[in-house]
Ligand binder design. Structure first.
Ligand SMILES: Cc1cc2nc3c(=O)[nH]c(=O)nc-3n(C[C@H](O)[C@H](O)[C@H](O)COP(=O)(O)OP(=O)(O)OC[C@H]3O[C@@H](n4cnc5c(N)ncnc54)[C@H](O)[C@@H]3O)c2cc1C
Length: 465
């Protein structure tokens, strides 16, 4: 239904209270979009429920009137998953921000869907523990959004994605019923684990209202190593050499072009004496200095073999932070070029051949575009950013990028990779789904969607039509 009448808005208002059903233009514009810049926000209203009961009542009301609902978290998504363009009701979980029932024996804590990722990280630290899912937008993104996108980030190589930290999930179905999935259990092989179907479903199967999250032992005394190499192939050999003796907590990649934009925008000095086309940032626990000694030995060996052009190990927390900033500042340093963003993954071993093929093919067909690579080397997830040439209009650029991404999709498909590595499909990547999932898989997904949401009111048009 588009634009529900006043009677339905009155009903929704009665659920949350007048103050928490927003219909002013500013709120609709703010809550109707995420970090994608290509969609115009057009929700009918924004509801901010105070508790699980209100979420159920809102969804029941929406179901009764065939009103589409867009679950919304911190709206840091990069695929248009939380975008409302067709008069939908935005269901913003901001007020479900409770953190309770911490259990030190189970090492779990129960969180509302609206808890900001960084809030959970801070809570874990207060208990002497660690919540390891982390990325540049964790100061704004919410747990519900992280779960709905199965967010990854910079520590996946050691700790996995959000999925690995969800012990239990409470979900409101499209009929307004409450599912209490897995209830914090470590072992539970009682049939299908619906929890894992909800994780990564981008608000299309249910509204996540609460999650029981697992916490970890915190890493101690981290060191950061920045390495410069001639090419990706050398970088993979180097990575293998470091991985053998040293358990890494992060392994990130950026190209010289990505680094140049960061240094220029933030007026920073070059981190290494020698210039290199490719950089890897490795993080590991010092292990009372033993790991650093190991790292220095591997570094020397790789230099002697001519694999490594230059490298530096952080000597202090401040230096480690400064090296991390070179990676963390890339996205915002590229923002002025309104880049078209590819979120690609292949198996780690295939990265050199895959990236070279994308570079060569796009270089031939789109010589006017600058390509910038950075991403999560340790798990094979690369963010390909294509910068808009200054002389090209935004719309013309976006049109060109549709064809360009199809070309990238065909390469991804040949490598058995994915065009939606960690940011989800949303609206933006729907066309990309066919490059990594077979028609049979897509048909099964559509059937599952119909089982969970027969009326199609939960985030319609996202992932697939
Ligand atoms: C600078 C920057 C860096 C980033 N880096 C990374 C990264 O390294 N790794 C990574 O994985 N992502 C990254 N992202 C993307 C984004 O931050 C993640 O996808 C994040 O998990 C989205 O959370 P959110 O709360 O902002 O969700 P939103 O953007 O609000 O929503 C995302 C999706 O989840 C659904 N949703 C939200 N809340 C709920 C709920 N309670 N129940 C059901 N569905 C819900 C929405 O409908 C939508 O489909 C980055 C984004 C930015 C801007």
């Amino acid at each position: 239904m588009n634009n529900p009448g006043p009677a339905i808005l009155t009903q929704l208002r009665a659920v949350v209270g007048a103050e928490w059903l927003l219909t002013d233009a500013d709120a609709l514009a703010r809550y109707g979009v995420d970090q994608t810049t290509v969609y115009s926000a057009r929700p009918c209203a924004v509801a901010l429920p105070a508790d699980v009961g209100q979420v159920q009542a809102l969804v029941r009301c929406a179901a009764e009137h065939h009103l589409a609902v867009v679950p919304s978290g911190g709206r840091t998504g990069l695929s248009g998953g939380a975008v409302a363009t067709h008069g939908e009701l935005v269901l913003a979980l901001d007020r479900l921000d409770h953190v309770e029932d911490f259990n030190p024996i189970d090492r779990t804590v129960r969180c509302g869907a609206g808890v900001v990722t960084q809030q959970l990280q801070a809570f874990a630290a207060e208990q002497g523990l660690f919540y390891p899912v982390d990325f540049a937008s964790s100061g704004s993104s919410q747990l519900g959004g992280n779960i709905a996108t199965n967010a990854g980030g910079i520590k996946v190589i050691r700790y996995g994605s959000t999925r690995d930290w969800v012990r239990g999930l409470r979900v409101v179905t499209a009929a307004g019923e409450l599912l209490d999935l897995n209830r914090g259990l470590v072992k539970n092989n009682a049939g299908f684990d619906l929890r894992h179907l909800i994780i990564g479903s981008e608000g299309t199967l249910g509204v996540v209202v609460e999650a029981t999250m697992r916490l970890a032992r915190p890493p101690t005394d981290l060191a950061v190593l920045l390495l410069g190499a001639q090419d990706m192939e050398a970088l993979l050999v180097i990575l293998q050499a470091f991985r053998e003796p040293i358990p890494l907590t992060a392994c990130e990649f950026f190209s010289d072009r990505a680094l140049a934009r960061v240094l220029e925008r933030h007026a920073l000095a070059r981190p290494l004496d020698a210039e290199a086309p490719c950089y890897a940032l490795l993080e590991f626990e010092r292990d009372n200095g033993a790991a650093v000694d190991n790292a220095l030995q591997v570094l020397e060996r790789c230099m002697a073999q001519g694999l490594l052009l230059d490298g530096v190990v952080s000597q202090s927390l401040a230096q480690a932070d400064a090296l991390w900033r070179l990676r963390e500042l890339i996205s915002e340093s590229l923002a002025p070029w309104v880049p078209c963003k590819g979120d690609l993954s292949v198996r780690v071993s295939q990265l050199p051949a895959f990236m070279a093929e994308v570079d060569n093919t796009l270089g031939r067909r789109y010589p006017e575009f600058e390509l910038i690579w950075f991403g999560h080397l340790g798990d094979g997830n690369m963010h390909l950013n294509i910068l808009k040439p200054a002389a090209m209009g935004v719309e013309a650029f976006q049109q060109r990028c549709i064809a360009l991404m199809q070309c990238v999709g065909e390469i991804v498909q040949r490598y058995g990779g994915s065009l939606c590595a960690e940011h989800g499909v949303g609206l933006l990547k729907k066309d990309g789904l066919r490059y990594s999932q077979s028609q049979t898989e897509i048909q099964l997904m559509k059937q599952i969607k119909r089982v969970f949401d027969p009326q199609g009111i939960l985030n319609p048009g996202k992932i697939f039509d």
